[in-house]
Design a protein around this ligand. Structure first.
Ligand SMILES: [Zn+2]
Length: 87
């Protein structure tokens, strides 16, 4: 078995995170509701933004900005479905 480390994902992840993620569909880990990230209820209090499910209000995405980095907590979503142009 040939096992690679996470660096092997660099190309795929660079392509994915270059898209407008607000157009992606999330699936809420709390209730299974699926919709576009743009439909989340956003509670933004700098430096953090919290996106809650419009159906059950569970936290789907947390984004925290620090001086030199961004923390993205997505434990509230089962998955993101990203539309890719040209595929
Ligand atoms: Zn939900």
């Amino acid at each position: 078995m040939n096992v690679l480390d996470g660096n092997a994902l660099a190309g795929d992840l660079a392509e994915i995170f270059a898209v407008d993620v607000t157009a992606a569909r999330f699936v809420c880990a709390g209730c299974g509701h699926a919709d576009a990230v743009a439909t989340l209820q956003l509670f933004g209090h700098a430096p953090a933004s919290v996106g809650r499910c419009p159906e059950c209000t569970d936290v789907v995405i947390r984004l925290v900005r620090a001086d030199d980095r961004v923390f993205l907590d997505m434990r509230g979503t089962v998955r993101l479905e990203l539309p890719m142009s040209g595929s």
